[in-house]
Design a protein around this ligand. Structure first.
Ligand SMILES: [Ca+2]
Ligand SMILES: [Ca+2]
Length: 139
């Protein structure tokens, strides 16, 4: 089922090979039983294996629950939407506008939602996104 081609997202074929590979790998990681669809059951297992806690609204399980399952095409659209949202979130979190998210900025962003997290927890979150172990996220 096509979600419609009239959106302004790039097409899968237009991505770089690395980007394609990244998405295919992620899809396979999430499609635990390898039947070409991501279901709620897949996600429970996949998140456990990846050490990701079940996450709030707007995340993949919300989409899965709504649609029943995601095939690769659905998944691809979902990723594009969420990356756009994430970029907006990073821009919002980056208080001093230096293009870098540090642990203090994560703590303070959570605090705005009245969620108190310790700096150590922020560092754990950062570590997942951080590619060069700088304890910062450069976006
Ligand atoms: Ca599956
Ligand atoms: Ca910053």
């Amino acid at each position: 089922m096509a979600v419609g081609n009239q959106n302004n997202y790039s097409k899968f074929e237009e991505l770089s090979d690395i980007e394609k590979q990244r998405l295919v790998t992620l899809f396979k990681q999430l499609d635990v039983n390898n039947d070409g669809k991501i279901t709620a059951e897949d996600l429970v297992v996949a998140f456990k294996e990846m050490g990701i806690p079940y996450t709030p609204d707007g995340c993949i399980q919300v989409r899965v629950e709504k649609m029943g399952s995601l095939n690769f095409n659905d998944f691809f659209h979902f990723i594009q939407e969420s990356e756009q949202r994430l970029m907006d979130l990073f821009k919002y979190m980056d208080e001093n506008r230096d293009g870098i998210i540090d642990a203090d900025e994560i703590v303070s962003a959570f605090a705005q939602y009245h969620v108190r997290i310790e700096k150590e927890e922020a560092l754990v979150l950062l570590k997942r996104m951080d590619k060069d172990d700088s304890q910062k996220y450069i976006f």
